[in-house]
Write a protein that binds this ligand. Structure first.
Ligand code: AOS
Ligand code: ZN
Ligand code: ZN
Length: 388
């Protein structure tokens, strides 16, 4: 196995993007349990996200969601981010919270609704121009609840056309990142249900169209690392939405449900060049913290990704290749398992300290008094929810 010291240089360039919506109140359709000190606007969300970066050094950018994070002056929001040591990242579209979108958005049969959804995406590109963001992330709620409800094939054609119009608006350095999801909110058929469908649309659009893999969006037991391998091989893995799930799209803390799966995913990322210097793969969290505290939840999440990245970097690739060539099944498997079972937490804590970061970011956050301070300060106004 490689020594931890051989991985530190690679670990130093790790960046994990935080979702602004993780800092707002969230819950299920049964109940949202409000917490104290929740941000009241996008500026306060960015301030909270910056705490995670300040204590871990891992999260220098914040993804925005439009219209939840709509502000009058995105230049000012970007400046606020910079003042807090972070930057604005991916812009996420939202075509799921408007009555017009009950039967779909970019795939809708009604040209008026489809044009509205396209307009929204184009407005998001205007925002990207203002924030300097590279990525437009499109996740669609489009789909059918009942067979026969709409024409599956026509919807693909409308989707291709709409994506083409949006893609044409992008500047040279910008990317369209298309996210797939097996089901929900539609329960019979989703218009972008899997990586293959996302890939087919990206291929038709052009090089700057790439796929977003949300780890919570697959059928149970799907081999996600295989998808990672394939998309990297095809040059179309654009981004991750990290989270974990026990059942469906739970949006629980990444690495909480199945740390071994996260290790296998990161192993394929490293193997496929997705973690190489200059790689354009974005590692983003897409999570909600329904019952736990938000900032500590995000700290735990980025540390989980870091720990599994470190373990993936410990894999002795030469030994693995040799065992694979020799057909030594058990030896090859042991090479991976040795890395997976290595507890890197103490090494990472020491490494953090050597870089002027707290050994224990969660304890440092608790000791900082930040949570109590914002709970006292953020009393007027409306606290942000999963949404605005
Ligand atoms: C929805 O299930 C997706 O994961 C999207 O990434 C969505 O935009 C995100 O959950 C925030 O709404
Ligand atoms: Zn997602
Ligand atoms: Zn999701």
């Amino acid at each position: 196995m490689r020594a931890f010291s051989q991985a530190t240089e690679d670990l130093a360039r790790q960046e994990i993007e935080l979702p602004s919506w993780a800092f707002g109140n969230s819950g299920t359709r049964f109940k949202v349990f409000p917490q104290r000190g929740i941000p009241r606007d996008p500026f306060e969300k960015v301030t909270d996200a910056a705490q995670v970066h300040r204590l871990t050094g891992l999260a220098p950018s914040v993804a925005l969601h439009i219209p939840w994070d709509l502000v009058d002056d995105f230049g000012k929001l970007g400046e606020h981010a910079r003042d807090n040591g972070v930057r604005l990242g991916t812009i996420n579209t939202n075509t799921f919270q408007d009555d017009d979108y009950m039967l779909g958005s970019l795939c809708h049969v009604d040209e008026r609704v489809r044009a509205k959804a396209i307009r929204h995406a184009l407005d998001c590109v205007d925002i990207m121009d203002a924030t300097g963001s590279r990525d437009l992330k499109i996740w669609l709620p489009d789909g059918l609840n009942y067979p026969g409800q709409a024409d599956l094939r026509d919807r693909q054609d409308r989707l291709a056309d709409a994506l083409g119009q949006i893609y044409a608006r992008l500047a040279g350095h910008q990317r369209l990142v298309l996210e797939y999801k097996l089901f929900e909110p539609a329960f019979y058929a989703t218009d972008v249900p899997d990586w293959g469908t996302a890939y087919v649309h990206c291929l038709a659009l052009g090089e700057r169209a790439v796929v977003c893999l949300d780890t919570g969006h697959h059928a149970p037991n799907t081999n996600i690392e295989f998808i990672v391998m394939q998309l990297l091989r095809l040059g179309r893995l654009g981004a991750f939405d990290f989270n974990s799930r026990f059942y469906a799209d739970d949006d629980l803390i990444v690495g909480a449900a199945d740390p071994f799966q996260l290790f296998r995913i990161m192993t394929e990322v490293v193997r496929g060049g997705g973690y190489d210097e200059g790689s354009e793969v974005t590692f983003m969290l897409d999570q909600c913290h329904n019952i736990e505290a938000k900032i500590p939840g995000q700290i735990r999440s980025v540390l989980n990704v870091q720990e599994m990245t470190a373990r993936a970097l410990l894999v002795d690739r030469a030994a693995l290749a040799e065992a694979e060539r020799a057909g030594d099944v058990l030896a090859a498997n042991a090479v991976l398992m040795d890395a997976f079972y290595t507890d890197v937490r103490a090494d990472l804590a020491a490494w953090r300290e050597s870089r002027g970061l707290p050994a224990d970011p969660t304890a440092a956050f608790r000791a900082s008094g930040y949570a109590e301070r914002v709970a006292a300060e953020r009393v007027g106004g409306t606290q942000a929810g999963w949404g605005a």
